[in-house]
Design a protein around this ligand. Structure first.
Ligand SMILES: Nc1ncnc2c1ncn2[C@@H]1O[C@H](COP(=O)(O)OP(=O)(O)OP(=O)(O)O)[C@@H](O)[C@H]1O
Length: 284
């Protein structure tokens, strides 16, 4: 994470929809957040908890019912949504980049350079005249990511970007995100796969339209909550367990080892960290 410059502030943000009868459906209900330059944030939560609404609101296409969204007009914000087809405008790869880049730069040479660079970064090797309709769902998603990257955004919002990708392409997206956050881009990554939330700086967890956790990944997976209910019911759950979300395989394995008394202090998130912690514990 670079610096600490706040780049987006949400204050008591609400998105409410009219529902059956006189009911109100609260997709977001009083969310306050500050996001910083160069941060990688994972947004997690059960289905219907408000993740995509939060993404849409950050991108700017979902209007507020109340509260304040503070983001400078000078910043370039780009989003990649869950459904790749919903985002494609051009008939060919060339056209898709042309629509995205012409408002940003006049020079055709510059546009070509940005296009080549972005396609290379995501690993899409097709001629520019290739019809978008001939690409698979995963390839269209990579194209959407490439188009978003080509705009060199200050803020990139990814709504389940890897849902249609194979493991190799998923790893590539993680590496790209690591690189661009180091350069100062703020990345907000919505995911159901908590493995993808182990490299980020901060996890924000949503439940019924509210932000119920905002902090380090280690605490999200390992720190048990010491509240009255936990003490009364003699169950101490991490925020992840309390939300009923499936922790990464590495975390599950580490929790089992901890139950057996191994590496009590360790909080590994990735397999290589777990291997190191086990080796350290065995040699201690
Ligand atoms: N345009 C809309 N009109 C009415 N209700 C909506 C609208 N958009 C979202 N909702 C409702 O708001 C709540 C939050 O939806 P949202 O899509 O943000 O959740 P989510 O966490 O992204 O879910 P998922 O993981 O299934 O994508 C849900 O109850 C949803 O039905």
């Amino acid at each position: 994470m670079q610096g600490n410059l706040p780049i987006i502030t949400l204050e008591d943000v609400r998105v409410h929809y009219a529902s059956e009868g006189s009911q109100v459906r609260k997709a977001l209900d009083g969310v306050s957040l500050t996001l910083h330059q160069g941060e990688w944030i994972s947004i997690v939560g059960a289905n219907g908890s408000g993740k995509s609404t939060l993404a849409g609101l950050l991108i700017g296409f979902i209007p507020l019912s109340g509260g304040v969204r503070d983001i400078s007009d000078e910043l370039t914000v780009r989003g990649v949504l869950q459904q790749p087809d919903a985002q494609v405008l051009g008939d060919t790869i060339e056209e898709e980049f042309h629509f995205a880049l012409s408002p940003l730069m006049e020079s055709v040479e510059e546009q070509l350079e940005y296009r080549q660079d972005a396609l290379h970064t995501v690993g899409l090797q097709y001629p520019p005249e290739k019809a978008v309709s001939q690409l698979s769902g995963g390839q269209k998603q990579l194209l959407n990511i490439a188009v978003a990257l080509a705009a060199k955004p200050d803020i990139l919002i990814l709504d389940e970007p890897t849902a249609m990708l194979d493991p190799e392409a998923r790893d590539r997206i993680e590496t790209i995100v690591q690189k661009i956050t180091q350069r100062g881009t703020t990345v907000i990554w919505i995911t159901h796969h908590l493995e993808e939330a182990t490299l980020c700086d901060r996890i924000i967890a949503m439940e019924r339209g509210r932000c119920v956790y905002n902090g380090a990944p280690e605490s999200f997976f390992y720190e048990t909550e010491l509240n009255e209910k936990a003490t009364r019911e003699k169950v101490q759950l991490s925020p992840c367990q309390r939300l009923g979300l499936d922790p990464p395989f590495t975390v599950k394995t580490a929790l089992l080892l901890k139950q057996k008394g191994m590496m009590p202090e360790a909080m590994p998130l990735r397999p290589e960290q777990l291997a190191k912690e086990v080796a350290r514990w065995r040699s201690s």
